[in-house]
Design a protein around this ligand. Structure first.
Ligand code: ADP
Ligand code: ADP
Length: 231
């Protein structure tokens, strides 16, 4: 796993909105850091700067000490898993093909891709024999979310970014998914940054929680137990 260093990063959108003023954080290798805060405080903007879907207007972003702002953004994204609320699986591709998206770009051969897809389906709790050849619309919301995680992990990314990954799932399925995700993380030990506005989710999943306010102002950064014990 890799560490992530955010050094004084900021984003001012072209219309003048200062989404993130000056944000810094050290995400340790193999840890899951949660970004939590009110709607509009800049969480998604920070996450999307790490995979360069959004270019920072200031600051530096290092992954294992390497300045990723100097990399080719498209190439970089192949090494950064990204999971969003409604996954965005390709509707006309079956599950196995969806999971193989990045491995195909990296030029893996078909046999290796299929084996990797089936291995990941097992890992996220979906029987490959039943699900590999299905299409996204033939799965429940929770199952699609699992496939989203499998797809993000396919090429063994250096870090995993998750933006409200469980919020579109109904509350009962969500609890189960969170539990299973914790087990998965214990196995793969990725460096993860996860955005949520759900404090229960933050406490349940986070090794560390970054509490943000408007403009990406960092109020606290600590393990859940420390945050909770503070007056
Ligand atoms: P969060 O994820 O915490 O809800 P966002 O990062 O999505 O917050 O947004 C932070 C701020 O930036 C908000 O005020 C939002 O309206 C603004 N914003 C987001 N995207 C754009 C954009 N493309 N242009 C202008 N302002 C934007
Ligand atoms: P969940 O409790 O995970 O939300 P659902 O109630 O949506 O699950 O679905 C229950 C089962 O039915 C799942 O195994 C799912 O794969 C299957 N299923 C759901 N929608 C379809 C569909 N359109 N075609 C085939 N199987 C489906």
């Amino acid at each position: 796993a890799a560490s992530i260093t955010l050094e004084h990063i900021g984003k001012t959108y072209p219309d003048g909105t200062v989404a993130v003023g000056d944000f810094g954080l050290e995400v340790r290798a193999g840890e899951l850091t949660v970004l939590i805060g009110p709607s509009g405080c800049g969480k998604s903007t920070i996450l999307r700067m790490i995979n360069r879907l959004i270019e920072p207007t200031k600051g530096r972003i290092l992954i294992d000490g390497e300045n990723i702002l100097e990399r080719n953004a498209v190439e970089l994204r192949r090494h950064i898993g990204y999971v969003i609320q409604n996954v965005g699986l390709f509707p006309h591709q079956n599950i196995r093909t969806n999971i193989g998206t990045v491995p195909r770009m990296l030029g893996w051969d078909k046999k290796r891709i299929n084996e990797r897809a089936d291995e990941l389906l097992e890992l996220v709790g979906l029987d490959p024999a039943r699900y590999a050849k299905r299409y996204p619309h033939e799965l429940s919301g929770g199952q699609r979310q699992r496939v989203g995680v499998a797809r993000a992990l396919a090429a063994d990314p250096r870090v995993l970014l998750m933006d409200e990954p469980f919020s579109a799932v109904d509350p009962i399925a969500r609890g189960r998914l969170q539990e299973e995700f914790l087990k998965l993380q214990a196995t793969v030990r990725k460096t993860i940054v996860l955005v949520t506005h759900d404090i229960d989710e933050a406490v349940r999943l986070g090794d560390r929680i970054a509490v943000l306010a408007e403009g990406g102002r960092l109020l606290q950064y600590a393990p859940p137990a420390e945050l909770l014990s503070r007056p």
